[in-house]
Design a protein around this ligand. Structure first.
Ligand code: ADP
Ligand code: ADP
Length: 237
């Protein structure tokens, strides 16, 4: 079965003010993301991409439909069981979301400390991740001393720390210049190919999809209007 499977998923937010209409951010979306995919979700701002990611990561409940992650129906789980599912999913963000008062090493160590790892195991894992993302010399640096691309590499290391099987990248290169974007996408490709991590890339940029994704879903007004192999969806016969 697909590693992430959505069937008829809908998310409606209540009206912002009395008299407003409710907002249907995700509208009857059905989608299968296979193990090992680099799956792109593209659409304009407001299309519902971030909401879809928060549903997959079980940060918000769906209003309707079912979501399977790793064969588990996450729409029917307790909060405690949800925490376990979330542990199998890493996330990276447009603004990196690093702790500015903590070193690079401590940022990467953070999820491992939360997960209760022993100090020696944390140190070994952090060193391994720093090597993988090419920042072994920056363990003691603070985020403000890093370039945008370096910050995102720290974000990737932190997201991978607990060895998740899925990595969700929400506009992860949107704050970066083209050259740095390219470097970060190359790193994500290695994460996919060398570590077998399934990657979901949310973006409004076609270039990002064409550089890294094998499959794509195009979202508009909460709906998936087209999906399939990148080559098929974006070729113009
Ligand atoms: P995208 O990530 O594609 O820009 P979003 O998922 O952020 O789209 O938003 C989709 C729609 O849902 C938008 O109309 C947005 O205003 C609305 N929306 C998103 N989050 C909330 C929320 N927490 N409460 C109310 N409306 C929301
Ligand atoms: P803080 O003072 O904010 O706690 P530290 O720099 O002391 O930050 O590091 C906290 C954690 O980060 C350590 O427990 C260790 O696991 C990890 N760490 C820091 N530097 C390194 C390093 N060079 N190699 C491996 N792990 C490191």
């Amino acid at each position: 079965m697909a590693i992430v499977s959505l069937a008829g998923v809908t998310k409606t937010y209540p009206p912002a003010a009395k008299g407003d209409a409710p907002v249907t951010a995700v509208d009857d979306v059905s989608l299968d993301i296979e193990r090992g995919d680099v799956f792109g979700i593209i659409g304009y701002s407001g299309a519902g991409k971030s909401t879809l990611v928060r549903l997959i990561n079980a940060l918000e409940p769906a209003s309707g439909g079912t979501i399977h992650v790793d064969d588990i129906d996450i729409t029917a789980l307790s909060e405690r069981e949800l925490r376990r599912v979330r542990g199998g999913i890493g996330m990276i963000f447009q603004q990196f979301n690093l702790f500015s008062s903590r070193t690079v090493g401590a940022n990467i160590a953070y999820p491992l400390r939360l997960a209760g790892w022993k100090k020696a195991d944390i140190d070994a894992r952090v060193a391994e991740l720093l090597t993988f993302v090419g920042l072994s010399d920056k363990a003691k640096a603070y985020p403000e001393q890093l370039s945008g691309g370096q910050k995102q590499r720290v974000g990737i290391a932190r997201a991978l720390a607990t060895r998740p099987r899925i990595l969700l990248a929400d506009e992860a290169t949107s704050a970066l210049d083209p050259q740095t974007t390219h470097e970060v996408l190359e790193l994500l490709k290695r994460v996919n190919e060398e570590q077998g991590v399934t990657i979901v890339v949310i973006t409004h940029e076609m270039d990002v999809i064409q550089t890294i994704a094998t499959k794509v879903a195009v979202m508009e007004k909460g709906r998936v209007i087209e999906h399939g192999d990148v080559f098929d969806v974006f070729s113009n016969p």
